[in-house]
Design a protein around this ligand. Structure first.
Ligand code: ZN
Length: 243
C-alpha cells in the first residue's frame, strides 16, 4: 500500500530555465547572468537575482543556490539559507515556496518533480556529476521525503550537445561505463559525449520514465551562456519550486 500523503492540490511543482536575455550584467556576462562566482559585478548579479525573485513572486530569501563542485553531494533544505550551500550539486525540498536554483553554462541543469509527494530537486549534472552518480543520490534523497521514481518527471535543460562535445576517447569510455547512451560521435566524427542521453539512461534505470528534453545546445544557441564557446561568461539557471 502506498501511504504517501498527497500534496495539497493547490501546490504543484513549477520550473523555469533562464537564458541570457533581460538582465543587467555587461559583456562578457551579458546580460542575465545569475552566477556569482564567474567574475561578474556582484551588484549586477544581485540585481539579476532580485529580478528572478520578483518574476516568480517570492521573497529574495526564498531563492536557494549552491556552490557547485561537480560532485554528488545532495542537500535537503527546509527553509531559507544564509548563503549558497557549499560543496553541493543537488538541492531537494518539500517546502512550498522555496525556489531551488542550479547554475550551468554547458553542464545539464536537471529539474526533478514529484507532484504526488510534493518533492522537487535541482541538480547540476555535468560529465563528472553523471559519472559520480549525482542523479541516483538525488533520487534517494527525494525518496527519503516520500517521493517515488515512478511519479517523478525529469527536465533535462539546455546543455552542450553530443555533436559539439568532443572528449578524449578514454574519457568517453569512462563515462560510457556508467551510462552507455552518453557515448556518441561528434559532428567531426571524433569521440563525443551526449550528457543528456547519458542522464536519461541513468534515470530510466532508476525507474524514472517521464523525461522531458530541452533540446537546445548551449554552444550553438547564442541566447544561452556557454563556457565551452566563450570561456569567461555568465551562467543561466534552472529553477524549481512548489508553488
Ligand atoms: Zn551543439
Amino acid at each position: 500500500m502506498d501511504t504517501t500523503p498527497a500534496a495539497p492540490s493547490s501546490v504543484r511543482p513549477r520550473r523555469v530555465v533562464t537564458d541570457r536575455r533581460g538582465g543587467r550584467s555587461r559583456a562578457p556576462y551579458d546580460s542575465f547572468n545569475l552566477g556569482d562566482h564567474v567574475g561578474d559585478d556582484p551588484g549586477d548579479v544581485a540585481a539579476n537575482r532580485s529580478r528572478v525573485a520578483r518574476e516568480l513572486g517570492v521573497g529574495e530569501d526564498r531563492l536557494v543556490w549552491m556552490n557547485q563542485v561537480h560532485g554528488s553531494e545532495v542537500a535537503v533544505v527546509e527553509g531559507p539559507q544564509d548563503g549558497p550551500l557549499a560543496g553541493t550539486d543537488a538541492l531537494v525540498t518539500a517546502t512550498p515556496g522555496l525556489v531551488l536554483g542550479v547554475l550551468a553554462a554547458d553542464c545539464v541543469p536537471v529539474l526533478l518533480t514529484d507532484p504526488v509527494a510534493g518533492v522537487v530537486a535541482a541538480v547540476h549534472a555535468g560529465r563528472e556529476g553523471l559519472r559520480r552518480g549525482v542523479l541516483p543520490a538525488t533520487l534517494s534523497a527525494m525518496a527519503s521525503l516520500g517521493a517515488r521514481a515512478r511519479h517523478v518527471t525529469a527536465l533535462l535543460g539546455p546543455a552542450v550537445c553530443g555533436a559539439c562535445y568532443e572528449v578524449p576517447q578514454a574519457m568517453q569510455a569512462e563515462v560510457a561505463a556508467v551510462a552507455p547512451a552518453a557515448a556518441v560521435p561528434t559532428r567531426r566524427g571524433t569521440a563525443g559525449l551526449d550528457l543528456r542521453a547519458g542522464l536519461a539512461d541513468i534515470l530510466g534505470r532508476a525507474g524514472v520514465t517521464e523525461v522531458v528534453h530541452d533540446p537546445r545546445c548551449t554552444v550553438e544557441d547564442p541566447q544561452l551562456f556557454s563556457h565551452r564557446r566563450d570561456g569567461v561568461t555568465g551562467r543561466q539557471a534552472g529553477l524549481v519550486w512548489l508553488g
